[in-house]
Ligand binder design. Sequence first.
Ligand code: NCD
Ligand code: ZN
Length: 348
Amino acid sequence: MQFKIIQPDDWHLHVRNGKALKSVISMTAKQMGRAIIMPNLNPPITNAKDACAYREEILTALPNDSTFKPLMVLYLTNNTTPKDIQEAIDNDVIAAKLYPAGATTNSDSGVTNIKNIYHTLETMQTLNMPLLIHGEVTDPKIDIFDREAVFIDQILTQIVHDFPELKIVFEHITTQNAVDFVRESSNKIAATITPQHLLNNRNDMLVGGIKPHFYCLPILKRAKHQTALITAATSANPKFFLGTDSAPHAKHDKESACGCAGVFSAPHAIELYAQAFDQAQAMDKLEAFASKFGADFYDLPRNTTTLTLEKHPWTVPDEYKFGNSVIVPFMAGKTLNWTSNTTLSPPS
Ligand code: NCD
Ligand code: ZN
């Protein structure tokens, strides 16, 4: 059985830099037309100059014949100015990312109080630059499983109220609360959903032994939230679209007493989404979620190439090379039912 869709894009991706970047970028480029490249390097991408240099590094790391387009994002800090935003826009940086300080990998330079960047958000609203949000509070007193829901109540509701025309992507949502919030908000508000949050819940990570390759932030939640995410993703609502949050960390950094957060799904991202949509008997909804709604939200043209999915079970490799180390992909050793091939034929 075959399924032909417009070539997808990944609206939330981490590719790192240096040797790690060289190991992973072609995996995304072989199936995605474009990807939003998250700016949480160390040090982070906080100005237009760094974003341009990072874009060049990515383009250089791509195979020669690749047409993949990296879409660059600014990392907001307490010191980001309206001028930084203007310069970023002038250099084709398409969005800015809010990491609450301390929320996740390389977020130490993030924003400590949202009010610190209100002038900057004002400028983004005026210039129509989307704000991408890692939606978790960092208060140590708040339970890790509640951090997204509390963020909605304490911070996101306020931002949306104070900047009603600001485009916002609530990244990698993980709860029924987030689904409801996005669904009930204006059409300025959208969300990305990862494959791991569609395919798994916290039992998969914690029952029968702790499985570090399921650990990412925001953390997997209970089954009812997984169900809400599946319903949202397969609902043909243009507010919900594909963003893998593929976040590569070396095997030894994951399989550790203090393991890094991040699931590495880039090599078979679309196959993972196909698995989830197929399980929900919603393959006919996959193309819009993966290849239309994201581009539409960002006011970008849809891709003109296609990708063919074929029902052909295969086993995910145990490891890939990753710089001088190795990396364990999501679902390593497991069977996935779909394989993909990109072609340069126009969609029919
Ligand atoms: C991401 C990373 O490793 O860069 N990790 C993750 O668990 N998702 C950061 C992020 O998006 O939170
Ligand atoms: Zn991420």
